[in-house]
Design a protein around this ligand. Structure first.
Ligand code: CTP
Length: 405
């Protein structure tokens, strides 16, 4: 795996929450990857972890108050810390600090630094479930997301306040991977896939029934986005065809239905070096889409006639065969809830693609909507390899490595 952290300066902001102790381990992880780590903390955070511990682990002075050091006469701390760092990571981020950042309040060193920081900021909140669910906090989180802060949502589990719910600091590996991903994306162009054209589809298709209703599925699009981000990081010319609007530094095409997706895929698929169909395409769509909202009738049941959608992957593979195209590698995904490998073997033959990434969607801790996945990579010659449960960003790196082998 590429090390994007080496010689980078990571500024960690710690606020007052029990998860502050976990940041000691995060500092070790960053240091091990060769990063320079600086820490700024709120006064409340000092109740949970000591300055001495953090200074020992980070090998740097830890900052708490504004205008603390006299040595830095040339530049106030909140400015010099900003200049030095490549990225800022606020973890754990309390409800209080989140709200201050969202409203531009700068009443301590940490909030002053964030306000002046014009490079990427990751925020990993951790708090009591009711605080997390509070509408004002959620509104402030939305403000931060709209303003390009990278929010790593808390996990659900047992909390320090002896309740169970959403509020635990997310997995440290997730914070580490996100930091690496962002620093890697900022250093685009150096990668192995320079000069390669890559087309990726992501998300569940949306098949309209009438003006307000549709058929879709639970696909979050995360796997496809992780693949597109990774290909971009490695220098590829990426196009992502996706069913929800997303902001990316590469080209995205927003589509809804399988038919729209097929149009885009067939238009440029075979001009690409690699096509990955990570989208969850609906197999059926409504036979007719009502131009008005369908009204409820007195009947207790209603029948919706469905017709088959085109099989985009199969059609692209047929086009490849017909045009004797030797350049484009085509990769399909295979979501199964039972008999994973048996179904995957049948599917790769039926679709005619070069590789098939098989994942078991019945697993609760990976697959749909999760940040994690566990997959098998099958090739058309019947060879298979396994990628154990890892973050989707890591799975994406391994898939690209394999298909460009
Ligand atoms: N796919 C596609 N067009 C469709 C259905 C699926 O291009 N109409 C693609 C998906 O993007 C994926 C692969 O085919 O890369 C397999 O999708 P999956 O849903 O697992 O298989 P299906 O062909 O839909 O078969 P089934 O639902 O019966 O498992």
């Amino acid at each position: 795996m590429q090390n994007n952290l080496k010689d980078k300066t990571i500024l960690i902001g710690i606020t007052g929450g029990i998860a502050a102790y976990k940041i000691c381990e995060l500092i070790r992880m960053y240091k091990k990857a060769g990063a320079n780590v600086k820490v700024v903390m709120t006064k409340n955070a000092l109740n949970f972890v000591t300055k001495l511990t953090l200074e020992t682990l980070s090998d740097n002075k830890v900052f708490v108050e504004n205008f603390e050091t006299q040595e830095r006469e040339y530049s106030p701390e909140h400015i010099s810390l900003c200049d030095e760092a490549d990225i800022m990571v606020i973890a754990p981020a309390s409800a209080n600090t989140i709200s201050k950042i969202a409203t531009g309040i700068c009443d301590n060193l940490l909030t002053s630094v964030v306000c002046a920081f014009n490079k990427p900021v990751i925020i990993a909140p951790a708090m009591n479930t009711n605080m997390w669910n509070n509408k004002i906090i959620q509104k402030n989180i939305s403000i931060l997301k709209e303003n390009n802060y990278h929010i790593l949502e808390p996990e659900t589990g047992e909390l320090a306040c002896k309740t169970t719910g959403k509020g635990r600091l997310c997995d440290l590996n997730l914070i580490f991977e996100k930091t690496s991903e962002i620093l890697g994306a900022n250093a685009v162009g150096s990668g192995k896939l320079k000069g390669k054209k890559v087309l990726i589809t992501a998300g569940g298709t949306i098949e309209k029934i009438d003006t307000v209703r549709y058929i879709s599925n639970f696909s979050s699009g995360k796997m496809g986005i992780a693949l597109a981000d990774e290909a971009y990081k490695q220098g590829a010319d990426v196009t992502l065809i996706i069913t929800k609007p997303v902001e990316t530094p590469y080209k995205t095409v927003y589509v809804q239905s399988a038919e729209e997706m097929q149009r885009e895929v067939l238009k440029s698929g075979l001009k690409s070096d690699l096509v990955i169909m990570a989208a969850a395409v609906a197999d059926f769509r409504a036979e007719t889409v009502s131009k008005q909202k369908i009204k409820k009738t007195s009947a207790d049941t209603m029948t919706l006639n469905l017709v088959k959608n085109p099989d985009i992957l199969k059609n692209l593979c047929e086009q490849k065969k017909k045009t004797k195209n030797k350049k484009t590698v085509i990769v399909g995904f295979c979501a199964e809830s039972e008999n994973l490998l048996k179904n995957a073997k049948e599917k790769i033959a039926k679709k005619g693609c070069d590789y098939l990434i098989a994942n078991d969607i019945s697993k609760k801790d990976s697959g749909f909507s999760s940040d994690y996945n566990e997959v098998y990579i099958l090739d058309k010659n019947g060879k298979k390899s396994h990628i154990e449960r890892s973050l989707k960003t890591v799975i994406a790196q391994k898939i690209l490595e394999k298909v460009f082998e």
